[in-house]
Structure formats: C-alpha cells, structure tokens
Design a binder for this molecule. Structure first.
Ligand SMILES: O=c1[nH]cnc2c1ncn2[C@@H]1O[C@H](CO)[C@@H](O)[C@H]1O
Ligand SMILES: [Zn+2]
Length: 362
C-alpha cells in the first residue's frame, strides 16, 4: 500500500540537497550559546524561540540585500575553531534527521577570519565538524554524506584565492566552488580569473544567478563563466512565453538551459522572502518542472526560512499536487547534478534513492 505524502512521511524518503548555507542553518539555541561564549552582545534576543522568530521575520524583507543582513549575527558567532566544528556537526545531524542522504553544504571561509583564523584552519574545522556529524548520524542509524562547496563573496575580491582553496581540499570532500552575496551590481564576470582557473583544474562550480537579477546574470554565469549549475536561476522564466491557450515558447537561453540539462538549484521559501517570487503557487518551479527543466529543490537557509527539505517538498506537494514519483524525480535530478563522481552518484541513486521511494510507493 502506498504511504500518503505528508510532512510526517516525507522525512522517511531519501532526499538530496544541493543548496544549503552553513551560516544560514544554525539552531537558534546554538547562536545564543556561541554568542555567550564569544562575548557577542548584539543578538536581538537571548531566547531561542524569540530569536528564531526574529530571523524569519527579518529575512522576510522582500529584498536580497536586507535578507543578507541577518547573516551578520550568525557570522559573528562562527569565528573560532570550536564554533565552526559545532555548527558543522549540528548541521549534519539536522539534515540526517530530516532524511537527507547526500548534501552539498556551502559557506564563505573569508567571513570567518575576524578573530585570526586562517582560511586553511577554517576549512579544516568545518571538515572536522562534518565528519563528526556523519559519525553521530551513523550512531543513530542514519546514512548521510556531506560534500562541501566553498563560496567567494561577490562584493569582495577574493574569488581567486577561494578557488585555489577549494582545489587544495578537493580530495577531502570539498567538491566545488560558488559565488554568493548581493547579485545586483556584482555580475559573475567580475570573477573570471577564478572560473578560468577552476576549469583548468577540472574542478566543479555553481553560481548564484537569476535570483535578484535577471537573464543577463544567468547568461554571463553560463556563457562567460562556464558554470555547471545555477543557484536559484528562477528568472530563466523571463525567457519563456506562455500564451493564453497554454502554448509555451522558449527563448534561446531558456532552450539552452533545458537542452544542456543545466541543473536549477531552486529554493522556493527563500525566494518568497527575497521577493524573487510572489507566492509558492506562482513560483516558477511549477512551470519549469512541467517543462522538464532539470529542477532540484533546496532549502537555501533553514534558519532564515524556517524550513527543511521535507517542509519544502511538503509545500510543493500541497501547492502542485506532487506525489512520491515527482519527489523521487527531484531527488534523482539532484543526485545526478551533484559534484560527486559518476560511480558514487549512481550508487546512491540505485542503493538508497530508488529503494527508498519504492517502499513508500508500495
Ligand atoms: O540566496 C542567497 N543569495 C545570495 N547569497 C546568499 C544567499 N543565501 C546566503 N547567501 C550568502 O552566502 C554567504 C555564504 O554562505 C552567506 O554569508 C550569505 O551572505
Ligand atoms: Zn544561496
């Protein structure tokens, strides 16, 4: 018998997450504990429930720039080795508890140097935390693997250095690179050296594009920078015309994205908060999935959006009627699009994802 799809059952399904920010996923109580330990007295509340509410309400601003301001508090408490290990380990525990079997978690090492840590010390601390989290998850019978993406911030000029760092740690589960931060005014082509270097090194990268800025940003990310995936990419709908009879016409860029199977790392709840989409019902994910773009579903920032991958799936189920077969399609899309090796991706698809959905479909 088929298991009904609901917020209670979706955590049982194996899921894959490609777009999740480490500094956007802290537990509110952890923010408070770490602030005390660091002597940081700028938190808007010292009560976990209130602080959680504050992050959600403040991120709900309608603008990416204001949404990003909320990260000043999480970044402030992530400046020591111990803090980074704790945040990384708890991130893995939380994702494993939600039924995520593979995740690519990203962060910008350059933000954690306020108290003197070197970039290498930062990467080592986070990797230690991820391995610790994987061990704790295994102890409670959960299988999860984490790949790390290192971000460079668009407004800073350190992308070449961060790209080199990503390549240096590629053999210890740092699987790729990304650029994040404010999009308007900071086109991806400002980082051409970094992308050129990564391609020369046969390394993987994704770019936040088409979130707070439109088609030119997506076009540059793909055709100048050579990105393999698009972080968000929601504005690709600006190149798709749907007429009154439901006829659909794809422009050249949208056709390219679909034809080349460019993965879209879509983050519905985050997009509502930054104003990139007006509602879930009107979110481009519905149209893009119908048109068989390579859509993946992601959390972006679990703290700021008060979400999990299961809750994102649940909202899509409620809004668009997606069932287990659709949720499996998003999951296989994500696994195929991950930066792990081909054989490792196939193994997770065949040994974890397909049997997991088969038992739910019944
Ligand atoms: O949706 C987003 N768009 C662009 N940048 C983001 C988004 N979410 C988080 N960050 C930025 O990425 C940094 C590294 O994790 C965060 O500190 C935040 O500034
Ligand atoms: Zn993001």
């Amino acid at each position: 018998m088929s298991t009904p799809v609901s917020l209670d059952t979706i955590p049982l399904a194996p899921k894959v997450l490609l777009h999740d920010h480490l500094d956007g996923g802290l537990r509110p109580q952890t923010v408070i504990d770490l602030a005390r330990a660091a002597g940081y007295d700028q938190l808007p509340s010292e009560r976990a429930d209130e602080l959680g509410e504050w992050f959600i309400a403040s991120a709900d601003s309608g603008s990416l720039e204001r949404y990003l301001e909320t990260f000043s508090h999480t970044v402030a408490v992530m400046q020591t080795h111990e803090a980074l290990v704790r945040v990384a380990a708890e991130c893995v525990e939380d994702l494993a508890a939600d039924g995520v079997v593979y995740a690519e978690v990203r962060y910008a090492p350059e933000l954690f140097q306020e108290r003197g840590l070197t970039l290498d010390e930062i990467v080592c601390a986070v990797q230690d935390g991820f391995r610790e989290g994987e061990r704790r998850a295994a102890e409670v019978g959960k299988s999860i693997r984490i790949g790390t993406l290192l971000c460079a911030m668009r407004q800073n000029a350190r992308s070449a250095e961060i790209a080199e760092l990503a390549v240096r740690y590629r053999d210890v589960e740092v699987v790729g690179f990304d650029i994040a931060g404010p999009e308007a005014g900071f086109p991806p082509t400002r980082n051409l050296d970094a992308f050129e270097y990564l391609r020369q090194q046969n390394a993987h990268f994704t770019v936040h594009a088409g979130e707070a800025f439109g088609l030119p940003s997506i076009w540059e990310a793909l055709q100048h920078c050579g990105t393999e995936r698009l972080g968000h990419g929601v504005r690709i709908v600006d190149d798709i015309k749907v007429d009154d009879n439901g006829g659909v016409q794809l422009g050249r860029l949208a056709s390219y994205v679909r034809d080349r199977r460019i993965p879209l790392e879509m983050c519905p709840s985050s997009n509502l908060q930054t104003g990139a989409a007006p509602s879930i019902a009107e979110h481009p994910v519905g149209l893009l999935a119908d048109l068989r773009f390579r859509v993946t579903v992601n959390t972006d920032n679990r703290l700021m959006s008060h979400c999990s991958l299961s809750s994102e799936f649940a909202v899509l189920h409620e809004t668009f009627g997606y069932g287990w077969t659709d949720l499996q399609w998003f999951t296989v899309n994500a696994m195929k699009s991950s930066f792990l090796g081909f054989d490792e991706r196939l193994e997770i698809i065949n040994n974890l994802i397909k049997p997991g959905y088969a038992s739910l479909i019944g």
